[in-house]
Design a protein around this ligand. Structure first.
Ligand code: SAM
Length: 277
């Protein structure tokens, strides 16, 4: 019988944030696949757990997934852990899950710490709907393109970022999204845990003092792309509005219907206006 694949969340700073179930699973599995075996060894030693470790990190995810699947098919139970938090969230995990599904292997998530969830719930920004982006590309052009893409995102936006890239990322946010309200959730679960709730420009003005690990949360756009397009349409004359839809290849009946809807008025009124158009 095939073994089971456990995805085990580990602490993001404070070692007390490991669940009883996570410890039980780590004690009972045959192998632990870890992003950085030395790092995980520190955690295991702390909890007096001794297990064979296999390294499983982003760059070797595909190859190592095959090895792990073979072991699972031999009947071994395996726990996947990352350096911190929940595996698969901006961390290795996705590949092994896909392969396990293809091989009918049971996958069991073991819940626990996750930086962005805790950053979000204490941020004060809307947690009703949010959009988790994770790390932006290290390539400046791709980074800008992504920020352009989310410019009119109305949900709270969540980013991960490496400490040495914080300044550049905040500058790009300021240039692309404007002086939005942001929250930096810093050093979560650690001694210097802090929430910095300011506009981007203000945070940038004291950037030299900001150290450690952090999650960046950005208030969603107050206007959606649809609102912006709508206000642009409302600035048009009726004739310009007509030409706008005509250029899209629509017939007169459809154009009149759309204009009436856009302007929240009756079709008949628009029809009369364009009677001889
Ligand atoms: N899998 C992890 C999780 O569940 O949150 C995320 C791993 S990702 C490689 C590392 C990033 O998560 C960091 O660059 C930072 O943005 C965020 N992060 C991790 N631990 C954190 C902490 N204690 N405080 C603030 N941010 C943290």
């Amino acid at each position: 019988m095939a073994g089971k694949l456990y995805l085990v969340a580990t602490p993001i700073g404070n070692l007390e944030d490991i669940t009883l179930r996570a410890l039980k699973v780590l004690k009972e599995v045959d192998i632990i696949a870890a992003e950085d075996t030395r790092h995980t060894l520190g955690l295991l030693n702390h909890f007096e757990i001794s297990k064979p470790l296999i390294s499983y990190y982003k760059e070797t995810e595909r190859v190592k997934s095959k090895v792990l699947i073979e072991k699972l098919l031999e009947g071994k139970n395996i726990a996947v852990v990352s350096d911190a938090g929940t595996p698969g969230i901006s961390d290795p995990g996705e590949e092994i899950v896909k392969s396990a599904i293809e091989n009918n292997i049971e996958i069991i998530p073991i819940p626990g710490a996750c930086a962005f969830v805790n950053a979000l719930i204490a941020s004060g920004l809307s947690a009703k709907e949010f959009c988790f982006i994770g790390f932006l590309s290290a390539n400046q052009k791709e980074k800008r393109e992504k920020l352009e893409e989310i410019k009119y995102e109305t949900r709270t936006i969540i980013l991960y970022e490496a400490p040495h890239k914080l300044k550049n990322t905040l500058e790009e946010i300021l240039n692309t999204l404007g002086d939005r309200k942001i929250v930096l959730a810093r050093e979560l679960t650690k001694i210097h845990e802090e929430f910095i709730r300011e506009n981007v420009s203000k945070v940038l003005s004291k950037i030299e003092e900001i150290k450690g690990e952090f999650v960046i949360l950005i208030e969603g756009s107050l206007k959606s792309k649809k609102d912006i397009e709508q206000s642009k349409i409302n600035e048009k004359t009726l004739e310009e509005h007509y030409e706008f839809y005509k250029n899209q290849g629509l017939d007169k009946k459809e154009i009149i219907k759309r204009i009436a809807k856009d302007r929240n008025t009756s079709k008949n009124e628009i029809y009369q206006y364009f009677l001889n158009y």
